[in-house]
Design a protein around this ligand. Structure first.
Ligand code: SF4
Length: 236
């Protein structure tokens, strides 16, 4: 038996993945909840669209596969006239939102490569990015309740040597005041992003999370180091 790595075939596979992922239907006339999480990147994507990188295509593939299985297992799967009506794109105050599941309150599904789940006292801090998204769905749906399902791919139980997949589920409760404040923040951010798009200038928008800058195709245009010096030198 002989085995030979084929870089040519790897290229073809990557191109096919990117072609498939680029076809995901998404409305572009308004901002989505996920756009508000990465304000500068989302505006750049509309002003100066760039093709998906190999790395982001592979990250998407891993995340979407797990998502797909969990949604299929857990979703209520309601069909009307041949169309799924328990999932999709909804709109609130001019912003699109698509929770992973409505049970009937929103659930967000995340995949994590971290080895440990946060200690109870650190959950709000360590899940901040996930909660920033889920809380927007709760605000849009006017529901205090939310569900956060985290699928850990390689978790080390504390005190155990080997790694294995594990799930964690969290009930997330917001107060009405928090929901109202979140909706107000969303509308303000969407307006700021629209203004930046019109002006073709993102300097008044907050930065995206720093890990995104390392692979960002607009890094040199954005100059995130002007607002956060630590981001200097992320790319050559
Ligand atoms: S460089 Fe960083 S802050 Fe600027 S658009 Fe890219 S990800 Fe966002």
């Amino acid at each position: 038996m002989k085995i030979t790595r084929s870089k040519k075939m790897e290229r073809k596979i990557l191109d096919k993945i990117k072609e498939y992922l680029s076809h995901a239907p998404r409305s572009l006339d308004k901002w989505h909840v996920s756009d508000l999480l990465y304000p500068r990147k989302s505006v750049f994507q509309r002003l100066d669209p760039q093709p998906m990188t190999d790395l982001s295509a592979l990250y998407f593939t891993a995340g979407r596969a797990h998502h797909g299985i969990l949604e299929a297992c857990l979703g209520p799967k309601k069909w009307e006239n041949g169309k799924r009506v328990d999932a999709g794109e909804y709109e609130k105050d001019g912003i699109y939102f698509s929770p992973d599941l409505r049970m009937p309150y929103p659930w967000e599904i995340k995949t994590s490569r971290k080895e440990y789940d946060p200690l109870p006292q650190n959950e709000l801090r360590d899940y901040e990015a996930y909660l920033k998204q889920l809380s927007q769905y709760q605000a849009c749906m006017g529901d205090d309740r939310g569900g956060l399902l985290v699928f850990f791919l390689n978790m080390k139980e504390r005190g155990v040597k080997w790694k294995k997949p594990a799930i964690r589920f969290y009930k997330v409760l917001m107060t009405k005041a928090e929901r109202v404040a979140k909706l107000k923040w969303m509308k303000g951010m969407a307006a700021a992003m629209t203004a930046a798009q019109k002006k073709k200038n993102v300097k008044d928008l907050p930065l995206c999370p720093s890990w995104l800058c390392r692979e960002c195709p607009w890094y040199k245009k954005c100059k995130p180091w002007l607002m956060d010096e630590a981001r200097k030198g992320y790319q050559k």
